[in-house]
Design a protein around this ligand. Structure first.
Ligand code: ARG
Length: 479
């Protein structure tokens, strides 16, 4: 059993009555108790909840609301609870509704009356907002590390394949020759932007809500700057109503996750195609593939297929949170309890997909021969022939038309363009073609010619991959 995984106890012991129900004449309906509880999923926030409570108690001591002894008792009790949870000794109770009440209740059980002072000047509204922001910030940091690993794996592979030829596609039809390294660096560019977006989201996530209390602030005048320092927040939320109620940072994260998964899904679609027998451009390590229960010959690309499929989750989670937020009047509403499952799911999905690709990408084997043959078979240097004619003063539109004739001839002869003789070429085109045409008609000539910033020439790909690797070295570590 993993930590924090003890079953939730859903019997309703009398001792738990009374923590929130002073003004009620009857106990909570058992179904309502279960329906409104979030402990099943928000217990995941236990570390942040305890860290937030320790910071809150320490701040209350600083402003003179708790004595140093009271603060020590509370902090000691919270530390014991952390041990109980991580060693699976903690009993989670559904009747205590959520992670916050479970921990506070246990604190009172452990340390007695002093524990009842912890919630002074605080509400679960600013408490939960603080917990989620802390949790998301920490998860963003783990995800960023995986992302940077993947980026460097891509750049290293691109360097290895800066002159490996393959067909580039438009409409999934062979279009022009490119290098495999160039293709990989296109993936790199997508993911690098995703990670920039993630860091941007981190800045807005890492703001402290605590001190906003239920919605209006608190008469204890908390030292919020001190709280922010203790918890590693970059700043303090400036409006108490906004602090407890908005979840735009979570929506933003889900948007980043959806977009990143959308990108990863595109790569995975290509990996699925490329590893098929029909393409055979790449071979995936056996340990990343699975067999079929009926067809013994099958080697299925389950990992990229699953990543492609998981995009449905991240895109759905984004829509869930947008919809959750859209009609909420200020300030906190219970609706917000529903923010956690989609957010946690997007966090886990994004992290796991990056981990999976970190295993896969550096171990991808490029089948250079098949890639090259596919580029040759696709008449991918036809544009180069048109460009050659342009240099011989033929207007591009005419050149385009003429080259169509040459391709037709090559199709009839079942040969790649560069295998046609000068007579065959001039016969098809009736043009000023000389022996130097073969420099541009070859795959290598074609890619070498695109030697400009952003082009596919091997020198450019190497420069891009090297620049990318040095960017990764200097990438800001937010912590
Ligand atoms: N479990 C609640 C949530 O996730 C905590 C805040 C509850 N606040 C309240 N006033 N009912 O949002």
């Amino acid at each position: 059993m993993t930590e924090n995984n003890t079953p939730v106890n859903d019997t309703s012991p009398m001792e738990t009555e009374g923590l929130l129900r002073g003004r009620f004449a009857e106990a909570t309906d058992q179904f309502v108790e279960r329906f409104t509880a979030s402990v099943d999923f928000d217990r995941r926030l236990f570390r942040e909840d305890i860290a937030g409570s320790i910071a809150h108690a320490t701040m209350l001591k600083k402003i003179g609301v708790l004595s140093p002894e009271e603060c020590d008792i509370i902090v000691g009790g919270l530390a014991d609870i952390l041990v109980e949870i991580t060693s699976n000794k903690f009993i989670w109770r559904v009747e205590l509704e959520d992670v916050h009440m479970n921990i506070e209740h246990r604190l009172i059980e452990l340390v007695g009356a002093t524990g009842k002072k912890l919630h002074t000047g605080r509400s679960r509204n600013d408490q939960v907002a603080t917990d989620i922001r802390l949790h998301l910030r920490n998860c963003i940091d783990t995800i960023s590390e995986e992302g940077v690993r993947l980026l460097s794996g891509l750049a290293i592979l691109a360097l290895d394949h800066s002159d490996t030829l393959m067909p580039g596609f438009t409409h999934l039809q062979a279009a022009q020759p490119i290098t495999f390294g160039h293709h990989l660096m296109a993936w790199f560019a997508m993911l690098e932007r995703d990670l920039d977006r993630l860091q941007d989201c981190r800045r807005r996530t890492n703001q402290l809500p605590l001190g906003a209390a239920a919605l209006a602030g608190t008469p204890y005048c908390p030292d919020r700057t001190y709280l922010a320092e203790l918890l590693g927040f970059d700043g303090v939320c400036a409006n108490s109503l906004d602090a407890v109620s908005d979840r735009d940072f979570a929506i933003e994260f889900c948007a980043v996750a959806a977009l990143t998964l959308t990108h990863l899904s595109r790569w995975c679609e290509e990996l699925v195609l490329w590893s098929s027998q029909q393409f055979s451009f790449v071979t995936m390590p056996d340990r990343f593939c699975t067999g079929s229960s009926i067809m013994p010959q099958k080697k299925n690309p389950d990992v990229p297929e699953l990543i492609r499929g998981k995009t449905g989750r991240t895109n759905g989670n984004l829509l869930s949170l947008l919809t959750l937020m859209k009609s909420q009047p200020l300030a906190y509403n219970k609706d917000n309890q529903e923010d956690k499952e989609p957010l946690f799911d997007s966090i886990d999905t994004l992290r796991d997909c990056l981990i999976a690709l970190n295993g896969l990408i550096p171990n991808l084997i490029a089948n250079k021969e098949q890639m090259r043959e596919a580029a040759l078979a696709g008449y991918t240097t036809a544009t180069d022939l048109a460009d050659y004619l342009v240099r011989k003063q033929v207007p591009f539109r005419d050149a385009h038309e003429l080259v169509g004739g040459a391709v037709q001839r090559a199709v009839e002869l079942n040969q790649p363009l560069e295998a046609l003789s000068l007579e065959q070429l001039n016969g098809a085109i009736d043009g000023p073609i000389e022996a130097d045409v073969y420099d541009v008609l070859s795959l290598d000539g074609s890619i070498a010619a695109r030697d400009h910033f952003g082009g596919t020439a091997p020198t450019q790909v190497r420069a891009q991959a090297q620049a990318a690797l040095s960017r990764l070295k200097t990438r800001d570590d937010p912590r």
